[in-house]
Design a protein around this ligand. Structure first.
Ligand code: ZN
Length: 444
């Protein structure tokens, strides 16, 4: 071996052995009420030890020693919860008053990811509208760049030619009715290392074409070969049942055409550990801002949205929601509650970034909607944390505050178990072991 190469090897070996300054930096958050994301009772006087980017210990003060030399952070009077996970977002399409999917830029993606992070959402799953710039941001993040909320992406999702959401986002979707073409396009997504594959399975109440079943089956078969999970936008029970049989891994939105769901089917959903992100807020959006204009008074709205966007939303005409829309909303809420109480995993998804569905702000509204649909606060928080990690196949890294996990956490000023809206009262926020300066995030 040439001497220079030998020297290089030695240097590399030394570099590998010596912990970096960051890895050896240990912090201990002491005295906070710990709500760890597993759904159990809170631990009133806790210690959470963070070393580098990972949690090294979390539990009661009696059980978790504070390592000598660690930076001590006073958590008394504060509430510690895992960073939130939004399973249903669309990045890079929100900018200015308009919803302009064509103006998709890396800068916009980064601003959106910062807006999520600002609101305490440390991880997002981007569901079907990402192009090259999205993969570039994801790569930069995985190479260590601190760019907003951690991102998982489906790349560009599938629908039928002219099917939803082509009306909103044009040619961005993969519009095909040919199973062989669909298989070829799955291979393309595999080469981009898509984290998941998205299919829109919806005909907008018979008004638009719906992806053919043989295309769905081809996508799922090919995705299985590449070990990529397939997540589907659904509306009906029949399509959901077909997708389950074909091997889908999870769902966006909720069954909303019927409440007559066979209990045996619910057991199957539970046993397969399929995660639904009901995205109730997307249904509520038609009347949300006219009925709850105070939502726009949230300081986070002014921080993350341009004044002209807020003004445009305030000026929306107060329309009467259609009977169908209200009926489907109530059905979706009741089905969400019924599935959850039968043990089916429910996650949180906002559809943030589409239409006037604002990043982060609407993630919090979705959590509130779960509570308004009958979840306890701790169930809603578990949906927004642990269940999100399960949906991503990342429960070993994300979703709860336990030893070994990534240190993504929120230190809150008020108890989220008394009122989930307190999840917005963020005192401090950590992602990957780094405190985030929220005030400095570029969000718009
Ligand atoms: Zn969506």
């Amino acid at each position: 071996m040439p001497r220079s190469l030998l020297t290089l090897c030695l240097l590399l070996a030394l570099a590998a052995c010596k912990p970096s300054a960051e890895e050896s930096h240990t912090q201990a958050i002491i005295g906070a009420v710990l709500i760890d994301g597993n759904g159990g009772p809170p631990i009133t006087d806790s210690v959470v030890v963070v070393s580098g980017s990972r949690i090294r210990g979390a539990g009661s003060r009696a059980n978790v020693p504070v390592p000598a030399g660690s930076d001590k952070i006073d958590g008394r009077g504060r509430f510690l919860v895992p960073g939130l996970i939004d399973l249903h977002v669309h990045l890079g399409t929100r900018g200015g008053p308009g919803f302009t999917a064509s103006d998709y830029t890396r800068q916009r993606i980064e601003k959106n990811l910062n807006a999520y992070l600002y609101f305490g959402i440390t991880t997002v799953r981007s569901a079907g509208a990402d192009r090259e710039a999205g993969f570039e941001v994801r790569k930069a993040q995985r190479d260590g760049a601190p760019l907003g909320a951690r991102m998982f992406t489906a790349g560009r999702g599938f629908t039928a030619p002219g099917g939803p959401p082509s009306q909103e986002i044009g040619k961005i979707t993969r519009q095909t009715d040919d199973p062989d073409d669909a298989r070829r396009q799955v291979t393309e997504l595999a080469s981009q290392q898509a984290d998941l594959i998205k299919i829109w399975v919806d005909d907008a109440h018979g008004k638009q074409p719906k992806v053919k079943r043989e295309v769905i089956e081809a996508i799922l078969e090919e995705a299985r070969k590449h070990k990529i999970p397939v997540v589907a936008h659904i509306a009906t029970l029949a399509d959901t049942a077909h997708l389950v049989d074909a091997g889908a891994a999870g769902f966006l939105h909720m069954i909303r055409d019927t409440e007559e769901i066979d209990p045996a089917f619910i057991v199957k959903l539970r046993d397969l550990r399929l995660v639904f992100a009901p995205t109730l807020v997307r249904q509520e959006l038609a009347w949300l801002y006219t009925e709850k204009p105070r939502l726009l008074d949230d300081p986070g709205a002014a921080r993350t949205l341009e004044p002209e966007v807020i003004a445009a939303v305030r000026a929306l005409p107060k329309g009467q929601p259609s009977e169908t829309a209200l009926l489907e909303f109530e059905r979706a809420r009741r089905n969400t509650r019924r599935l959850a109480s039968s043990g089916v995993l429910i996650g949180v998804g906002s559809d943030g970034g589409s239409s006037i569905d604002f990043p982060g702000l609407m993630t919090h509204r979705e959590i509130e909607l779960l509570v308004e649909s009958g979840f306890s606060a701790v169930e809603a928080l578990t949906a927004a944390t642990r269940n999100g990690a399960i949906a991503l196949g990342k429960l070993d890294e994300l979703g709860t505050l336990e030893a070994g996990k990534r240190a993504d956490l929120l230190l809150l000023e008020a108890n989220p178990l008394e009122d989930v809206r307190n999840l917005r009262k963020i005192d401090r926020l950590m992602r990957d072991g780094q405190w985030i300066e929220r005030d400095k995030l570029v969000v718009k």
